[in-house]
Design a protein around this ligand. Sequence first.
Ligand SMILES: Nc1ncnc2c1ncn2[C@@H]1O[C@H](COP(=O)(O)OP(=O)(O)O)[C@@H](O)[C@H]1O
Ligand SMILES: [Mg+2]
Length: 371
Amino acid sequence: MNPFKVLGYEGPEYFCNREVETEALVQNMLNGRNTVVYGWRRLGKSALIMHVLEKLKKKGFASVYVDLYGSNRIQEANELIADAIVKGGFNKKKGLAQSITQLIGSLGATLSFDSYTAMPKLSFGINNTRTQNSEQHLGSLINYLKEQHQNVVVVLDEFQSITEYKDKINPEATFRSIMQQNPQVRFIYSGSNRHLMMSMFSDSNRPFYSSCSHLSIEAIHLDDYTKFIQKWMKKGGLSIEKQHIEKIYQWANGQTFYVQLVCNMLYNRAENVTNENLMETCGKCIEQQSSYFQNIHGLLTHKQQQIMEAIAKETVVDAPTSHAFITKYGLGAASSVTRAMNSLEQKTLIIKTPEGYRLHDALLSRWYERM
Ligand SMILES: Nc1ncnc2c1ncn2[C@@H]1O[C@H](COP(=O)(O)OP(=O)(O)O)[C@@H](O)[C@H]1O
Ligand SMILES: [Mg+2]
């Protein structure tokens, strides 16, 4: 079995470090401090939260985890929450059939059981007419949880999605008031758009202002990763030198997912790691994703494509409208560069870091670099 997991969380033994973050989040939950977790994509926010939920479970906490990515309305969020509640078996007190039927009915959903897995499944009508009550429904769902379990954590992952909701009512205010009305329920809001999340929780004129503890997720420290990788390679009878791990880490810009992916593929080769097989493995990683990257590339304007390539070749760019950068890559007028940069930043294809602009996805950056 490959110890380098690339699909979510599979238990504490396969989870590298994050001790400080884990402890902070556990303590926040135990002490009733709702928390916003933010960090760029694929650094390990969701896995950290799973790790924390597992620890909290041992302390008698129940949890509901909902990924809001791609949801467009409060009603859709409700559906996801309801589904998570049903699947999570929040029916200890009165039995599923009795206690939840009423709630499900009020949401305009029907409950069935999957014929293979026997898992409960919710179906919502296509023309759900009850969307106008979505605010109330959200309240009922959270209230239901509160009644079922004394200690419950609700995780709303990719929470920045709500800023795009098409509801007439303000979704931020709605979620905020639900939180306020249910001080017994703990909330974790997590999101991959660092800037959006920060402004949602730190701007004094927005509903969530000053309502939560903040936890910023950065890359796992190289030293911690080195110990973790060497431990598992050794257990598998393989050797990997420190310098190779450093190379992987740099190549992946510390992005957890890609460090895991390369290690997963190296482990699978069942050879001691050398410069040659490492380079080859990194190359394979890029090739595997290349049709996906080609797709992203194809959706950009020519100017945007040029900028992506130029930033990737520099790795990080401090002043993208500087004369030096623009002439080196033949990017044309500074105003058009600014426009294209804004659009790329909005799509989170590029991100602003303390060192300057870089591509959000480390592998996409490597792919562009090869152009
Ligand atoms: N601490 C960790 N140790 C080992 N693997 C991890 C760790 N954190 C995340 N991962 C792996 O990296 C991948 C990306 O993590 P994920 O939690 O999905 O990132 P995010 O939610 O920040 O986008 C996951 O598939 C997971 O397997
Ligand atoms: Mg995630």
